[in-house]
Design a protein around this ligand. Structure first.
Ligand code: ADP
Ligand code: ADP
Length: 226
């Protein structure tokens, strides 16, 4: 578990577009923080800066008390779950989940234990030999989550992970993500433009607009304000 602290974080893209205008935010240990707001308000930019996929123009980002501004994504102890799953099509479900651990040189028995444990949690146990194209959308999203879980990260980052799923499955997966996040207790930051998704998932709800935080609080407090 880890606290994530953003201190006056800004992003100015080449060309002068100020996408994130000095954001201060602390996400406590184990909390699920949802960033919600209209398209173009800077959610993905902020998430990508935390992931290390986008350079920060100014400010600092701390994970577990350590400034990570200059660290590569692999050194940040994070795992990201993307909207498009980003699975390797030619690899089995097992190999997709094991890939990052193999690259790190994790011993084989440990890889196997972690992959099987994640597969059990995600009900993928009987699908480990399949290729991504032989899976449903929901199953693919579970594999993407499995790949994040086996990394044992301090922080999960979710970039609109459910937006490619139909409405019914989206509701189901929302419940699963909520439960999984609680069970694992991993600090999480979750980006969506869907208010219902934000309301049902968030411990801490952050409403963004034009690169700034408009409101922050528990979901009911945020939406009950006059
Ligand atoms: P959101 O995730 O809330 O939809 P983004 O973070 O994707 O918002 O985008 C915030 C703003 O930054 C938008 O105006 C977008 O057009 C702009 N933007 C995003 N990526 C780039 C980029 N690589 N170069 C220039 N402007 C960008
Ligand atoms: P490593 O164990 O060194 O991270 P990987 O092959 O898993 O090796 O990762 C290669 C790059 O892709 C690294 O920068 C890593 O952080 C990033 N990466 C891979 N999978 C994920 C993921 N699920 N979330 C975030 N970053 C990832």
């Amino acid at each position: 578990m880890a606290t994530v602290a953003l201190k006056t974080v800004r992003k100015v893209y080449a060309g002068g577009m100020e996408a994130v205008k000095g954001i201060d935010l602390t996400v406590p240990d184990g909390a699920l923080c949802v960033l919600v707001g209209p398209s173009g308000c800077g959610k993905s930019t902020l998430l990508r800066m935390i992931a290390g996929l986008e350079e920060i123009s100014s400010g600092t980002i701390e994970i577990d008390g350590r400034v990570v501004n200059a660290l590569e994504p692999a050194e940040r102890d994070i795992a990201m779950v993307f909207q498009n799953y980003a699975l390797y099509p030619h690899m089995s479900v097992y190999d997709n989940m094991a890939y990052g651990l193999r690259n790190r040189g994790t011993p084989k028995p440990e890889i196997e234990r972690k992959v099987r444990e994640a597969a059990r949690m995600l009900e993928l146990g009987s699908l480990l030999d399949r290729r991504p194209r032989q899976l449903s959308g929901g199953q693919r999203q579970r594999v993407a989550m499995g790949r994040a879980i086996v990394r044992d990260p301090k922080v999960f980052l979710f970039d609109e992970p459910l937006s490619n799923l139909d409405a019914k499955l989206r509701g189901q997966m929302r419940v699963e993500i909520r439960k999984l996040q609680r069970d694992l207790g991993v600090t999480s930051i979750y980006v969506t433009h869907d208010q219902l998704e934000a309301m049902t998932l968030a411990d801490v709800l952050v409403v963004m607009n034009s690169g700034r935080i408009e409101q922050v609080g528990a979901p009911l407090d945020v939406y009950e304000e006059p």
